[in-house]
Design a protein around this ligand. Structure first.
Ligand SMILES: NC(=O)c1ccc[n+]([C@@H]2O[C@H](COP(=O)([O-])OP(=O)(O)OC[C@H]3O[C@@H](n4cnc5c(N)ncnc54)[C@H](OP(=O)(O)O)[C@@H]3O)[C@@H](O)[C@H]2O)c1
Length: 258
């Protein structure tokens, strides 16, 4: 392969949950790498705001990743608008914090539906389109909590779902590899977004900094390079991988040795 290995010129991407936080940043980063980018989320006003930033090569669709009809409609609309689908970023996510002794089944189900059933459904319908070209890239946004549990627990359904998403990455990577479709995961550490905004300025934020070898929380822009790599020809022989983007969080045992 010659030329710019990371170019996404002529490619079409769909980013679920692209109207906020990490998804918005990834959508803009894929656009900057040359792709046409569609975002999908439930809030129409937020979709419109990010669509304005994406410009001519953007599209936005009202989409609920937990609803198979909505997923199927959205993927068909992306193909109708741009003629193809090359990259799916399964980024939409939800979290609840509750004790394993108290967590209500409905709250458990909701987080599992968004964080696991959503990527399952989006992968199913995107891969059906991608196989017609014999190529495609699926990028699942898991978490360091797909690899370890938070101290003191509490993010029960989130941790289970993000571990599950890594399993989904691997099983789909294996099945879809012969079709030319690569499936990989990114495991971000802590990034301040709407999901984590309540941590900003707290003693817990300081604890995260101490726990993270770089001493920093991530900037959402720090995730773009890894996403563009996994979306591009540069990663054509990489599938079933989980890449941590966490300032060294997962590399360390985390023990405070003073
Ligand atoms: N922030 C962090 O520190 C961090 C760390 C590790 C992993 N992550 C992961 O990164 C991803 C993005 O999180 P974020 O921090 O950027 O959070 P965020 O700003 O709260 O964004 C969440 C996004 O998911 C969308 N969403 C939620 N439910 C949906 C549904 N049923 N259908 C379609 N879209 C839905 C939301 O849009 P609508 O509400 O409009 O639908 C929103 O765009 C998540 O998977 C999260 O678990 C985040």
């Amino acid at each position: 392969m010659r030329g710019n290995l990371f170019s996404l010129e002529g490619k079409v991407a769909l980013v679920t949950g692209g109207n906020s936080g990490i998804g918005r940043e990834l959508a803009l980063g894929l656009r900057d790498a040359g792709a046409s980018v569609a975002i999908g989320g439930r809030r129409a006003d937020r979709n419109e705001a990010v669509l304005a930033e994406l410009g001519d090569r953007g599209a936005a669709f009202r989409m609920d990743v937990t609803d198979e009809d909505s997923v199927e409609r959205t993927i068909a609309a992306v193909v109708e608008r741009f003629g193809r689908l090359d990259v799916l970023v399964n980024n939409a996510g939800a979290v609840t914090r509750a004790s394993a002794l108290d967590l209500e089944a409905d709250a458990w189900q909701h987080v599992l539906a968004v964080n696991m059933t959503g990527p399952f459904l989006c992968t199913k319908h995107a891969a059906r389109v991608m196989r017609t070209r014999g190529s495609g890239k699926i990028i699942n946004i898991s978490s360091v909590y797909g690899l370890v549990a938070p101290s003191k627990g509490l993010q029960v359904s989130y941790t289970a779902s993000k571990h599950g998403l890594i399993g989904l990455t691997r099983v789909n990577a294996v099945e879809l590899a012969p079709l030319g479709i690569q499936v990989n995961a990114i495991c971000p550490g802590y990034f301040i977004t709407e999901m984590t905004g309540d941590l900003s300025g707290t003693s817990f934020e300081q604890a995260i900094r101490r726990r993270t070898p770089s001493g920093k929380l991530g900037d959402t822009g720090d995730l773009v390079g890894t996403c563009v790599y996994l979306a591009s020809g540069a990663s054509n022989h990489v599938t079933g991988a989980c890449i941590q983007v966490d300032g060294g969080y997962f590399a360390s045992d985390g023990i405070d040795r003073g």
